[in-house]
Design a protein around this ligand. Structure first.
Ligand code: OOG
Ligand code: MG
Length: 264
């Protein structure tokens, strides 16, 4: 493996494990988008070598709200591992994160292996279930600032997620209300239509991206469709919930006593 790829993958992996931010690479060691995806895979390989396993993938920047918030306008994708799953309705400890933010999503569970590019008409057949979900993103870069290549190398800021109840209620998924509540108060109201017009299109995109990378996603994988609205910073003691019309809720509380925030 190219030494730069291995070196950057190691630095990102260390940063994630130690919850210590680092400087962006694009300023000093620029690399291509293709290399960024190799770095992301190399950093995940380090985690798998230590016993973690892959549970699926996530799409990023599938909504205009997210692209505008982060100043990036290309769809990206990264990997989810078992250690990223936080208990639905449980307590999240900020100590293992750097400067975490939460965003409202929907999550799919695949029924069949995704092994070729799929059309929108075909994807429903590949889905076992859908659930409301919250993604906790945590850029490993200082001040949560990055270029497209930096964020892809950083596994698209993947860090944590909660997944609510699974259902097979796919009707209306193209325009279901999404409400993010912080401490019980509505913080954002959006629609699943904000996610590529229909979150099932995230699966279409995922199938194309996987095909382009010559990879297959096994049945029983999670696919996070991407946030419907902008991410918000997490603070100790906060309660966060997402409600997706027709699907129900996912939520968590942030532990009060923590020494993990304020690394910057
Ligand atoms: C990158 C991850 C984007 C989404 O849902 O759009 C993402 C970031 O914003 O740090 O997860
Ligand atoms: Mg996301």
């Amino acid at each position: 493996m190219n030494t730069d790829i291995a070196r950057i993958a190691e630095a990102l992996d260390r940063s994630a494990r130690g919850a210590e931010p680092l400087a962006q690479f694009s300023g000093t060691t620029p690399f291509s988008l293709d290399d960024a995806y190799l770095i992301q895979r190399a950093s995940m390989q380090r985690r798998y070598a230590d016993g973690e396993h892959c549970i699926g993938i996530k799409l990023g920047f599938t909504s205009r709200a997210k692209m505008e918030q982060m100043g990036v306008d290309s769809l990206i994708w990264g990997w989810l591992s078992n250690t990223m799953v936080e208990e639905d309705g449980g307590l999240v400890d900020l100590a293992r994160y750097i400067h975490p933010r939460v965003e409202p999503e929907v999550c799919f569970l695949t029924r069949r292996a995704i092994d070729r590019p799929l059309t929108l008409l075909e994807v429903a057949d590949y889905v076992e279930a859908v659930a409301p979900a919250l993604e906790i993103i945590d850029s490993r870069y200082q001040a949560f600032k990055f270029s497209l290549e930096d964020v892809v190398a950083d596994n698209c800021s993947s860090a944590g997620l909660t997944v609510g109840p699974w259902s097979r209620n796919f009707s209306g998924l193209d325009n279901a209300g999404v409400v993010l509540r912080l401490d019980g108060r509505m913080a954002q109201a959006s629609s699943t239509a904000a996610i590529l017009g229909n979150p099932l299109r995230s699966l279409v995109q995922a199938s194309r991206l996987l095909h382009g990378a010559e990879l297959e996603l096994p049945a029983g994988s999670l696919v996070m469709a991407g946030a419907a609205s902008a991410a918000v910073a997490l603070h100790p003691g906060m309660h966060v919930s997402v409600e997706v019309q027709g699907l129900g809720q996912s939520s968590f509380s942030v532990r009060r006593d923590n020494g993990g925030v304020g690394h910057e």
